[in-house]
Design a protein around this ligand. Structure first.
Ligand SMILES: [Zn+2]
Length: 118
């Protein structure tokens, strides 16, 4: 039987209120908890496709606060990285953007003549 395989990489932004987190703790106890939830959700989504098997592979977690060339779009508040000033330490699996007049802007809110504008 021939099998085709994909490594599906999905980035999900998880934001947590720091004051509530101090009272409630993290959103999940272990990485295994998160693995179980994500794998179960994908398996359920694909339940009508018996030809597809979902299997967990890995997880990475990247804090965004304080990273170089990372900020929030001044218009829509989404996380962006500055494509013009990124470093090896800049997370790039978030929206692309740039800094204009000292403010981060995502590619959809950059001036239309900006080279990174969408
Ligand atoms: Zn924006």
């Amino acid at each position: 039987m021939a099998t085709r395989s994909w490594l599906l990489t999905v980035s999900v932004l998880v934001e947590q209120d720091a004051e509530l987190a101090a009272k409630l703790g993290p959103g999940w106890r272990t990485d295994d908890d998160l693995q179980e939830v994500v794998t179960a959700a994908l398996s359920e989504f694909l339940a009508k496709r018996p030809d597809i098997v979902v299997e967990w592979q890995s997880m990475t977690s990247t804090p965004l606060d304080g990273k170089p060339a990372v900020g929030r779009c001044a218009v829509c508040n989404c996380w962006v990285y500055d494509v013009e000033n990124r470093t090896d330490g800049t997370p790039t699996k978030i929206n692309r953007g740039a800094v204009v007049d000292g403010q981060y802007l995502c590619d959809e809110h950059l001036p239309k003549d900006h080279p990174v504008a969408f």
